[in-house]
Structures are given as C-alpha cells and as structure tokens.
Design a protein around this ligand. Sequence first.
Ligand code: PRP
Ligand code: ZN
Length: 297
Amino acid sequence: MKSRERLRIAIQRSGRLSEPTLTLLERCGLSFRDGSDKLFCFGEDEPVDLLRVRDDDIPALIAQGVCDIGIVGRNVLEEFSCANENAACKLQILRPLGFGRCRLSFALPLENEYRDAAQLRGARIATAYPNLLRRWLNERRIDAQVITLTGSVEIAPKLGTADAVCDLVQTGATLAANHLREVETVLESEAVLAAPEELPSDGRGDLIDLLLRRLDDVNRVRGTRLLLLHAARGSVEAIARVLPGTPRLTVLQMDGAPDQVMLQALCASELGWRQLEAIRRAGARELFVLPVECALA
Ligand code: PRP
Ligand code: ZN
C-alpha cells in the first residue's frame, strides 16, 4: 500500500463514543473541517485526519492499514482480535481513554434464578460478540449454543429464540425495558486508542507520539476543577478544610485590602452542590469553578 504522510484516525460515526471522542481530540489541540457530519474530516492545522465509520469496522480498517489508529470500545477491539487470532497484523491498545465505560454481560429473564456460570451449560445464548463469548465459555469448559445476532439481541429471549443474552450494558435501561437481569460480567470495557502492534516508522509515528503526549496531558487533569474565590484572610483555613481531596492552594494578596485574599485551588475532582454550599458558608465570595482542559507537565 502506498504510504501516506497524514495520520488517519478511525472514529465512531454515530453512537455512544462519537461525541466524547471528538471532544477529546479537540482538547488535544486538533481541529477538523466538517467535524460533525462527514465521513472524512480533514485536519486543519495538523496533518491528522479522521475517518468516521461504524465502530465495528474500526479494528479491520486499522489492521488493513486504511487507518493508522482508531478510537473504539475495548469490546469491539477484543472481539476482532479473538476472531482474527492468526492474522498477520495484530492490534494493540496504546491507551485506555476512560470514557464510554460499559460491560459485556450475561443477562437472563427476570423470572429465572441464577446461581453460577455452570447453569449456562446447554443454554442458547444470543450475542453480537460470538468470539469473545466462545472464548469465555471455552475457558470455563461450558458447552453452550452461541447464537450470533447483529442487533436487538435483548429481545431474543422474549421471542423464544434464546435462553440468555450476552450483551453490552451501560446504564442497564435496555435490559430493564426487556425484563432481563444482568447476572455475570464477561468483559469490562471503555474507549481505547487502538493501533497495529507495529507502529509506522515514518512521520506518522511521530504524530502518534505527539498525540499520546497530548492525550496524557488531557487525561491527567480530567475532572479537575480550578476554583477561584475571594475571601477574608481569616477564612482561608476553613475553606481549605471543606475542599475535596488535598487541593493545591495559592493565596494571592488583594491590592489595597490587607485582610482580603484571592484563593486559587486545583481540585482533583468535580464539586457537588453540597460542597459548593459548604465552601460558600466557610466564607468564599465570588466563587468561580473552571474546568481544566489540559496541563503540561
Ligand atoms: C448497546 C447494547 C444495548 C445498549 C445497552 O448497544 O447492545 O442495546 O447499548 O445500553 P444501556 O445499558 O445504557 O441501555 P449500542 O448502542 O452501544 O450499539 P452497538 O453495540 O450496536 O454499537
Ligand atoms: Zn456498533
């Protein structure tokens, strides 16, 4: 295949990961023309483009070299790797990304009791992840019938075509709506940055290195909040006591008001409304809570 000079990243076109993926790439400092509706998005300032596709197609596009890297659920990546164990091009996870968390789980109709996995012997299990499921069953020497469906897995028990499902669960709403109960987890998943085991050795490899550094900068401060507030000098200690975790504090003297300060606090977690109320009661005025987008080490 002719080598490209621009880095091409495969991302999910529409679904759970689409928006957080674009937000993450933007936080890394990348911007794209037609960022939200086109199949191909051209990178504006950096030679980094996006291909927006079905998530299930992302691993194969990377393996074939159509894209250099991709952002995809660990579930989709593992299913691909399980199905292509002997393929020449193996894929690796460069970074877990901490969003799009969900799990691949077994679920049974509400009225069925569940004791342990041995109960699945001989069962008909509907799933969109047949290879992952078979691996899990084989590891436990459970002989069951795997029924591969590409969508609407959750209605199979109601239709009488399966006894159990093995499907993705995030909020659990889909299972609840179909009178199913989650009983056992097969795989914990989240969005990951996927790449071939062998990274390109040309300029695209350098771009991947750069992207990894930016990703680490962004992830280091994820959820971090910068608090700015005014207070009497005497209240600083009381305010510090109600801040979450062990925040980094900076106290600045206000010009012409010797007993007034501006307090700056970097908090590692988000602040709930009760915490904000406690900070106000401790004497904070003009409180600003700012999200931190990126921090360079
Ligand atoms: C998954 C899964 C369920 C739903 C569960 O599909 O197949 O239908 O999400 O989520 P919940 O627990 O929040 O209700 P998804 O929308 O991710 O689509 P895909 O697997 O076809 O890409
Ligand atoms: Zn999908």
